[in-house]
Write a protein that binds this ligand. Structure first.
Ligand SMILES: Cc1cc2nc3c(=O)[nH]c(=O)nc-3n(C[C@H](O)[C@H](O)[C@H](O)COP(=O)(O)OP(=O)(O)OC[C@H]3O[C@@H](n4cnc5c(N)ncnc54)[C@H](O)[C@@H]3O)c2cc1C
Ligand code: FES
Length: 220
């Protein structure tokens, strides 16, 4: 049964160009890394999908890139305000991997701190546009950071089980190099639980709902 929970905002911190929004956890299940939550935006009809970035016993954290009206409104929530959240939703990363390597690009690093914690801090390779964006790498232990014009795919060590999240061109490049990778994709989402078909993408030649089949998919 899908339940929306009203959680109190505990605070927020600026991390480079991003905002780490912290909410009191209450009874919310943090789910599996790579699953996502729909965050209701004050004054907006549609919620916005966000990956869980951090989970402690008392708080959940979402790393948000303020690229539009919804994300900007979420970034400006103040401590004590209430946020309605639905989730965890979709399919997260499989955690039964032997030699994990986390790969992230830009705001795609959002699910990696929680994933890193669940996998006992494996190595990570993170790519960013600028040193300012790369301030977010501090959230991921054991990370090697590359800045453009170097891309993560230029420094991937061989022989790992890759778990990746980032922009579509990065994921395509990772997929070509590591066909056994697990990749977390994005598509605009209106409901988050299979009802609207707003997130339909072509998978194996068929249109499928990314919020139900994904967002994490096997590269193969
Ligand atoms: C499963 C999932 C997890 C996500 N996790 C995070 C996260 O942890 N942190 C974070 O900052 N963002 C995350 N996003 C993206 C985030 O949901 C969008 O950036 C947000 O909904 C944009 O809302 P807006 O009102 O600010 O901007 P809008 O005005 O809705 O969009 C601004 C621009 O971005 C484009 N856009 C919006 N959403 C997407 C999308 N999903 N994919 C590609 N282009 C898009 C629009 O077409 C438009 O050009 C995630 C998306 C998905 C599907
Ligand atoms: S977001 Fe509505 S079906 Fe996927």
């Amino acid at each position: 049964m899908l339940t929306r929970r009203a959680l109190r905002v505990a605070g927020s911190e600026v991390v480079g160009p991003y905002t780490l929004l912290r909410v009191e956890r209450g009874k919310l299940d943090p789910g599996i890394p790579g699953q996502f939550f729909m965050l209701e935006v004050p004054g907006r009809l549609l919620p916005r999908p966000m990956s869980l970035c951090l989970a402690t016993s008392s708080e959940l954290g979402f790393l948000i890139d303020p690229i539009g009206p919804g994300t900007r409104a979420l970034c400006s929530l103040a401590a004590g305000e209430t946020l309605r959240i639905l989730g965890p939703l979709g399919n997260g990363f499989r955690l039964d991997v032997e030699r994990p390597l986390l790969v992230g690009g830009g705001i795609g690093i959002a699910p990696l701190p929680y994933l890193s914690e669940r996998l006992a801090n494996p190595p990570a390779v993170l790519g960013f546009r600028t040193a300012w964006h790369a301030e977010a790498a501090a959230l991921v232990p054991n990370a090697e950071v590359v800045l453009e014009p170097t891309y993560v795919t230029e420094v991937l060590p061989p022989g790992h089980d890759v778990l990746a999240c980032g922009p579509a061109p990065m994921l395509e490049a990772v997929r070509r190099l590591t066909p056994n990778a697990q990749l977390a994709w994005e598509a605009p989402m209106a409901c988050g639980y299979g009802a609207c078909y707003g997130c339909a993408v072509e998978i194996d030649g068929e249109l499928k709902r990314l919020c139900v089949e994904g967002p994490v998919l096997a590269a193969a």
